[in-house]
Design a protein. Structure first.
Ligand SMILES: *Cc1c(COP(=O)(O)O)cnc(C)c1O
Length: 361
């Protein structure tokens, strides 16, 4: 009997409308800072419920420029969590600032009860990360940030469309950053990102920083800028993806519900603690994670670990402290296949294999 087709960890959606959008840009001859980006920025801001959206070359660059625009530099400290993608830390380091970490709680996101103790006189900013598509408990985080006068930046690179108390991630702080990397809930089929804020002055600074720091009219460069623009073909694809985002997220939630139902309590399944989850990743925990992973991969089912090395263990970073909750999770977490277009049959096959492993273990 032929073995069944492999199941990828994630699968992007590319439609004819996206292909047509790319052709439209190619025919237009305008490839950067044109109508597609301007339209996307308007549409993205409206969707997220913010005043400004600025298209950036990647989520990493968006985080970097956001901190730069907020004036973060050498001597400053920025607080984030150990359980996140390396990019969150890179953005802080690119500014010459130091990283301070706060452990996560059972939601896999920043534990607000540990935040205040991490603040020092040098702390300038806090970056909570809405990990796996589930928001951080923002109200207590925002309360601490406001009391200490700190810049609050959401890393919303995994949470396009997720809500907290009725408002979308990206609109819950001073500013937010999104990624359009291929595996994210919406993509540009390449690299891209978005910076959002209600603060017009901050948006203007990020616009300047993404395009050489030079005033387009006068050619005068007041600041050392970067080349970090989101190009027109990507913006055109993103406009189509944004219109489909709610449908994508509904499909992800449907797949998550099927996982929840079939897995039961054979493994620790993700919980929704508050707000709405958009399941960028479907992350389970099992004490024998490595063997479970090997079992699944041996049967053509791709899995991931997000993340195997917490930030304070990364050789390229210097971060003090110990973070037992994150360390414990890092040994047990496993990301199962998830996207808007994985079929029920695929989810059922993954679950059957997980249950076989758990039963035999
Ligand atoms: C993907 C991601 C980023 C970086 O986005 P890129 O577009 O890949 O640069 C940053 N933070 C988190 C949490 C991410 O998942």
């Amino acid at each position: 009997m032929a073995s069944p087709a492999p199941i990828p960890l994630s699968r992007p959606v590319i439609t004819q409308e996206m292909k047509d959008a790319v052709c439209r840009v190619l025919d237009s001859g305008r490839f950067v800072l044109g109508d597609e980006l301007a339209a996307l920025e308007k549409e993205f801001a409206a969707y997220m419920g913010v005043d400004n959206a600025v298209g950036i070359s990647s989520g990493t660059d968006a985080l970097h420029l956001a901190l730069k625009a907020a004036g973060i530099g050498p001597g400053d400290e920025v607080i984030t969590v150990p359980n996140t993608f390396i990019s969150t830390a890179l953005a802080i380091s690119y500014c010459g600032a130091s990283i301070r970490l706060v452990d996560v709680d059972r939601s896999y996101t920043m534990d607000p009860s540990k935040l205040e103790a991490a603040i020092t006189p040098r702390t300038q900013a806090i970056i909570p990360v809405h990990l796996y598509g589930h928001t951080c408990d923002m109200n207590p985080v925002r309360e601490v940030a406001e009391r200490h006068g700190l810049f609050l930046l959401e890393d919303a690179c995994q949470s396009h469309g997720a809500t907290y108390k009725g408002a979308r991630t990206g609109s819950l702080a001073d500013a937010g950053c999104f990624s359009f990397y291929p595996s994210k809930n919406m993509t540009v089929a390449g690299e891209g990102g978005m910076f959002v804020t209600d603060d017009d002055g901050l948006a203007e600074k990020v616009r300047l920083l993404r395009a050489y720091g030079a005033n387009a009219g006068t050619g005068t460069a007041e600041v050392l800028g970067y080349n970090a623009k989101l190009c027109e073909m990507y913006a055109a694809i993103a406009r189509v993806q944004l219109r489909m985002l709610d449908g994508f997220n509904d499909a992800r939630r449907k797949n998550a519900a099927l996982y929840d139902k079939l897995l039961g309590d054979a493994v620790v399944t993700p919980r929704v603690h508050w707000g709405t989850h958009v399941y960028h990743l479907y992350v389970i925990r099992h004490p024998d994670r490595d063997a479970l992973r090997a079992h699944l991969e041996g049967r053509g089912i791709s899995c991931g670990i997000h993340y195997p090395v917490p930030l304070h263990r990364q050789p390229c970073l210097e971060v003090p402290g110990s973070f037992p909750v994150t360390e414990g999770f890092a040994k047990e977490i496993l990301s199962l296949p998830m996207s808007a277009v994985h079929t029920a049959k695929e989810i059922e096959r993954v679950c059957a294999e997980v249950l076989t492993f758990v039963k035999d273990a």
